[in-house]
Ligand binder design. Structure first.
Ligand code: 13P
Ligand code: SF4
Length: 340
């Protein structure tokens, strides 16, 4: 056993249930073997909310640790092994731009409800909570969309263009009733007339890892493995999602693989670390291929070295504290999702 491993085990024994280590599916096996819970964004948010641990160590990216801080009590602390692990998509929705967009939409006479992907900052979640909206993850986006549509509201979804368009399509909403809010243009590049027909308006953010997948990648996979089934994450552009066999969150991809009949081939379009892990876990039973290698460099910022360092020293810079002013509204936004 390596020194790091031994140290981590000793520290964990000392802390027992006063410490909870959460690990997202995109983390490396070296990190995940120390996690109490491995999950997708939804599962990890639920586990943080239900935890009484004094300290939660979040192995993932910044917005996930922020959500854990929002959902826990002031007596609990949330840490990250590397607080510089951000999500570029979350940085694509700035609260001043979002507030401006919201004012513009509400001047048009229709009733709107914001839905924010958890891959967003605490400020955006607070805006959403104040405006009566809810968070969602890639596991439950269509369900949260339905909740808004049942209230006869138009949906303002942010920040991921692709999860927004794919979720609307999952609910049978035709593309003509969706539109993109281009945050680099005044009023999102939209006129009041263009908005009349819109039921789902999506912010123009995206995940650099999932927009790597192309139609040509799917065609090449079909040519190489004609019998294979292909599944992608819904942060992938609609052209690809609509030509493959299935799409789903990280947890849904894992379930899909687990349910596949022995001997079958599955091609997966998501972050490579998860695909590598699934290929290893199902070796001999299934053939698992990457649609294309696509690593999230931010997820990779957490490793066994910074994990052991934080467990030894608990430096203050690694503690994630959402400003207390934002917490009540951001909490409302997350709790509305968790209640659905
Ligand atoms: P999941 O909610 O599917 O785990 O996805 C989180 C994420 O960041 C995907 O890029
Ligand atoms: Fe953000 Fe994409 Fe990395 Fe997920 S995979 S954390 S959405 S950059």
């Amino acid at each position: 056993m390596s020194d790091n491993n031994l140290d981590i085990e000793n520290i964990r024994r000392e802390w027992r249930d006063r410490l909870l280590i959460l690990g997202h599916h995109y983390q490396s096996p070296d990190v995940l073997r120390h996690a109490d819970v491995i999950g997708d964004s939804l599962e990890l948010a639920r586990k943080a909310a239900a935890s009484n641990a004094e300290r939660i160590l979040f192995c993932g990216v910044h917005f996930m640790a922020e959500s854990a801080d929002i959902l826990t009590t002031p007596a609990q602390s949330v840490y990250m092994p590397e607080p510089g692990a951000g999500c570029p998509m979350a940085s694509m929705a700035d609260d001043t731009q979002v507030e401006k967009a919201w004012t513009f939409l509400n001047q048009q006479g229709d009733a709107w409800l914001p839905i924010v992907y958890v891959n967003s900052t605490a400020r955006i979640k607070a805006f959403c909570g104040r405006a009566g909206g809810s968070a969602c993850t890639s596991s439950n986006a269509p369900k949260v969309f339905q909740w808004a549509l049942d209230q006869k509201k138009k949906i303002f979804f942010l920040p991921d263009i692709h999860l927004g368009i794919n979720s609307a399509h999952d609910l049978g909403i035709p593309d003509e009733h969706t539109a993109i809010y281009d945050y680099q243009k005044p009023n999102g590049g939209l006129t009041p007339e263009a908005l009349k027909n819109v039921r789902v308006l999506v912010w123009g953010g995206y995940c650099p890892i999932h927009v790597n997948f192309t139609v040509a990648d799917v065609q090449a996979a079909r040519a190489s493995w004609p019998e294979a089934r292909i599944i992608v994450h819904p942060e992938t552009p609609k052209e690809i999602v609509r030509m493959v066999d299935a799409h789903g969150s990280t947890a849904q991809i894992i379930k899909y693989v687990q349910a596949a009949p022995a001997g079958s081939t599955i091609v997966i379009g998501t972050e490579s670390q998860l695909v590598k892990r699934l290929a290893e876990e199902h070796k001999g039973r299934l053939t698992i291929k990457m649609l294309k290698g696509s690593f999230c460099p931010n997820m990779a910022k957490t490793n066994e070295q910074n994990l052991v360092r934080i467990l030894r020293d608990w430096p203050d810079r690694n503690c994630i504290r959402v400003p207390s002013l934002l917490i009540p509204d951001a909490r409302l936004c997350l709790e509305r999702m968790l209640a659905l």
